[in-house]
Design a protein around this ligand. Structure first.
Ligand SMILES: Cc1cc2nc3c(=O)[nH]c(=O)nc-3n(C[C@H](O)[C@H](O)[C@H](O)COP(=O)(O)OP(=O)(O)OC[C@H]3O[C@@H](n4cnc5c(N)ncnc54)[C@H](O)[C@@H]3O)c2cc1C
Length: 252
């Protein structure tokens, strides 16, 4: 989905797929494409009809097989030194006509329903749960103070409430509904929780994060601290999600 000039404003995508009859020619650049360097295929949102002024109209989705001789995948290094995501450049890459996913011109509607699923899934509130589990194990061995027990209980209750909200979105999607507003709430609350958990464990434990050496818990804490800035960006920023919620509540 994302492009250098189309992140929050996704309807501004410029990548173009031109219909050749029995194939499509794709040109443009995508960015932040997670896992493109190891994936066998990527789902692409591109303009097939009209112009950029048509915004949500005229967009379509494709499943593009990777690697491809005319698709360049450049790794982007993040703050933790790893390269999970990429810039993906389409140099007039030709794909078979069967690469079209769903209906031509319905890309926007298809992407919106996928985002409701993505925004409410476990990976949007459980990313830092391994840290909570590791800290719980540590407290079990070392003993916990009253304040540490309170922190542990509060975080566990929050994770449980988010799980119930996430399951409700899944139920509504299965029933054919469009739970966009609830999904946006899960992602906003869930990704905030992921970061708050790291701060709470760090404050309550007094453990010093270490990138190398040290204990498993110290390394996990360091990794969690470095990943935290991404939580409220990926899958749609919290500002955008709150806009969706406000619109759903009729106050925007
Ligand atoms: C770890 C990670 C993995 C990712 N993986 C993928 C992936 O696999 N595929 C993919 O397509 N994308 C991926 N992304 C991209 C992600 O979806 C975008 O970063 C996100 O949508 C924001 O777009 P942007 O970076 O262009 O920021 P911008 O849209 O430029 O936003 C910059 C800032 O302005 C704010 N802002 C923008 N518009 C408004 C508005 N109307 N109202 C209020 N505030 C606004 C934003 O909230 C943000 O704080 C990933 C990002 C990260 C961090």
């Amino acid at each position: 989905m994302s492009e250098p000039d189309a992140g929050s404003d996704l309807a501004g995508v410029r990548t173009r797929a031109t219909d050749n009859g029995d194939s499509w020619t794709i040109s443009g650049t995508k960015v932040w494409t997670t896992g493109a360097h190891i994936a066998h295929a990527m789902v692409l949102l591109a303009r097939t009809d009209g112009t950029a002024d048509d915004r949500q109209q005229g967009l379509s989705q494709f499943v593009v097989d990777l690697p491809h001789p005319d698709i360049e995948i450049r790794p982007i290094r993040s703050i933790d030194g790893q390269a999970h995501f990429n810039e993906v450049v389409f140099h007039d890459a030709v794909v078979d006509s069967s690469a079209l996913l769903g209906r031509r011109g319905h890309g926007w509607q298809q992407v919106m329903s996928e985002l409701a699923f993505e925004r409410s899934g476990p990976e949007r509130y459980l990313t830092t749960l391994p840290l909570l589990r590791a800290w719980t194990g540590h407290l079990r061995e070392q003993g916990a103070t009253a304040n540490q027990r309170v922190t542990l209980g509060r975080l566990t209750a929050q994770a449980w409430a988010l799980r119930q909200m996430s399951l409700q979105v899944a139920r509504e999607l299965s029933a054919g509904g469009q739970p966009d507003v609830l999904a946006a709430m899960v992602k906003d609350l869930g990704s905030t929780f992921e970061g708050d958990l790291v701060t709470a464990v760090r404050d309550a434990s007094g453990i010093v994060p270490r990138r190398e050496g040290g204990t498993h818990l110290e390394r996990l804490l360091a990794q969690s601290v470095l990943h935290t800035p991404a939580f409220t960006l990926r899958g749609g920023t919290n500002e955008i999600l709150r806009g969706i919620v406000a619109r759903g509540l009729g106050i925007r």
